[in-house]
Every structure is written in structure tokens, then in C-alpha cells.
Design a protein around this ligand. Structure first.
Ligand code: ADP
Ligand code: ZN
Length: 286
């Protein structure tokens, strides 16, 4: 029987998996992200064991998703130098002559959450990850949201918290969400690991203020049925009520949204949102 193959490609690790048509995972492997040469050799070692029907790839980016483009299927301008301008889809296609689904890691995670996770049964959701960076993807009408390119929801601008004089860590933009609120920003602002700040109320109030602004923008522009937030920083569970509270204050009941405990939630698939979504991309590509 032919299997579905999937890759969730992250900046620190690649997860590869194969599943049957019901998305029951038959085998999986985690590979460290080093150079394309080293990492892809191990990816091939894994998939070479199976007869595949299709492969879905959800990857860190930015990536080229424009089918008309010469560089469709490439990772483009990533700061991870070894991976910049890497022809990911091309290299996979060369080795495995099967259809390949291709989108961002967070678009894939959004698809996973809508199909089998917290947003199951819905037609739309936003998936935001708050970790080493901040990335967001969305599903609209059951499909990953893409246009000329793909959403880069982590780089929207935010307004400073009155008690915060930090201007952010993003090399591209001052005061963007990622620069102000990703894990490394929290650590730079306070000088210690984010996890050691667990008991410091002010830290999470400021964090929630930034995340809430972003969620308000996503709500006003996309009106998703649900917003799922994952990533290492969201392991601080006290953030969820703080984000909901700040969101409510900012939005000021201007538009109707679902009850906030149901609207702003943690991933139902935990760390498997991305790989599940990538398997779904493969299924759709068949
Ligand atoms: P990645 O972004 O590489 O996929 P993560 O989502 O785990 O990985 O994010 C890593 C970031 O999240 C780091 O900046 C780290 O300090 C922060 N982080 C990880 N775990 C926690 C935690 N329990 N509490 C607060 N911050 C955390
Ligand atoms: Zn930025």
C-alpha cells in the first residue's frame, strides 16, 4: 500500500512521518536541522524505505508558493544562511516522482488544527506560534491562506506597552510582534530565560498586551472562527487568560466574537499540529 509522506521542517528540527490515508502515523523520525546536505540525506534515508503516494511539506520560511514563479518550491530569504534559496520541492521531486504539497509550517499547523485539532469542524482558523520567532498561518474556507505570497503574521507592528521601552529584536522592523514578544525578546528585555520569569506578573501582562494586539488585527482582518496559539512561550499557561483579558479590552466589543475561552485556545494536537497538517497536504496532493 502506498503511504502519505510528510515533513514538518523547522529551524531546529525536521519531523518526517508516513501515514495511511486516515492519517494514522506508521513511522516518524526527528532530524536535526543543520545543512541541507546533511539534513536532506537523513530525510531521504527515511522516505526511501517506503512507497509513497504523495508528500506534504510544511516548512519554516519565507518560501516561494507562487506556482508561476521560477523559484516555486524554494525557501527564499531565510536568515538561516545554509537554507537560503534552497530548492526544497525540486530536490524532493527529483528523488520521489510523486505530487508534493507545499506551504508554511504554520499554515500546515492551521490545517491540522482545523481538520483534527482544537478547531475541528470549523472552516477557518488562525494558528500562531510564539517561540524562538513568531509565525502565523490561517485556514480560510478549509484551505491554507495564500495570496501573492504567504502570511507573515509575526511581523505586524504593535504599539509599545506604556511601561516598556524596548524597541524589539527583529533585524527588519522595530516594534514588530516577533521582535517584541518572541522568546528571545522576553529574554533580552529582562536578562534571564523566559521560563525563569514564570512568577513575574508584569512580564506576562506586557507579553499579553502585545499578543492581544496581534489577535485583534487578525480578528479584524480575517474574522476566523478560532485562534490557536502554540509554541514554547505559550507553555506559560497563565498567558491565556491574560491574553483574553487584554484582547477584550482592546477590541472593546466592536465586533462579535465567540466566547473568548473557546476563541483563543491552545493547540488540540499539541506538538503534532504541523506534521498532521503536512500529512493532510500530502493527502490533498494525491
Ligand atoms: P522553536 O521556536 O525553535 O520551534 P519553541 O516553540 O520551543 O521552539 O520556542 C523556544 C522559545 O520559547 C525560547 O525562546 C524559549 O525560551 C521559550 N520557551 C520554551 N519553553 C518555555 C516555557 N516553559 N516558558 C517560557 N518560555 C519558554
Ligand atoms: Zn519583524
Amino acid at each position: 500500500m502506498k503511504l502519505l509522506g510528510a515533513i514538518e521542517a523547522g529551524g531546529t528540527k525536521f519531523v518526517c512521518a508516513v501515514s495511511d490515508a486516515d492519517l494514522t502515523i506508521k513511522d516518524r523520525v526527528t532530524i536535526r536541522t543543520t545543512t541541507p546536505k546533511e539534513t536532506m540525506a537523513l530525510v531521504f534515508d527515511f522516505f526511501d524505505q517506503y512507497e509513497l503516494a504523495a508528500i506534504g511539506i510544511g516548512t519554516f520560511g519565507p518560501i516561494d508558493i507562487n506556482k508561476e514563479s521560477e523559484t516555486y518550491g524554494y525557501i527564499t530569504t531565510t536568515p538561516k544562511v545554509a537554507w537560503a534559496h534552497f530548492d526544497f520541492v525540486g530536490i524532493m521531486k527529483e528523488r520521489y516522482a510523486v505530487p508534493i504539497g507545499w506551504t508554511t509550517d504554520v499554515n500546515a499547523a492551521a490545517l491540522g488544527e482545523v481538520t483534527k485539532g482544537a478547531a475541528q469542524g470549523k472552516q477557518s482558523c488562525v494558528y500562531l506560534t510564539v517561540g524562538t520567532g513568531i509565525g502565523g498561518g490561517a485556514v480560510v474556507d478549509g484551505k491554507p491562506l495564500e495570496g501573492y505570497g504567504h502570511p507573515e503574521m509575526g511581523h505586524i507592528l504593535v504599539r509599545s506597552h506604556p511601561e516598556d521601552d524596548f524597541s524589539g529584536l527583529c533585524p527588519y522592523h522595530d516594534y514588530c510582534l516577533e521582535g517584541m514578544a518572541a522568546g528571545p525578546s522576553i529574554e533580552k528585555r529582562h536578562g534571564v530565560k523566559a521560563i525563569e520569569l514564570a512568577g513575574d506578573k508584569k512580564v506576562w501582562e506586557i507579553e499579553a498586551y502585545y499578543l492581544a494586539q496581534a489577535l485583534m488585527s487578525y480578528t479584524l482582518t480575517l474574522s476566523p472562527e478560532q485562534i490557536v496559539i502554540g509554541g514554547g512561550v505559550m507553555k506559560q499557561k497563565q498567558l491565556f487568560p491574560l491574553v483574553r483579558e487584554a484582547f477584550k479590552k482592546l477590541l472593546a466589543d466592536y465586533v462579535a466574537v465567540p466566547p473568548l475561552e473557546e476563541y483563543i485556545v491552545a493547540p488540540g494536537l499539541g506538538d503534532d499540529a504541523g506534521i498532521t497538517g503536512s500529512l493532510l497536504l500530502a493527502k490533498e496532493a494525491v
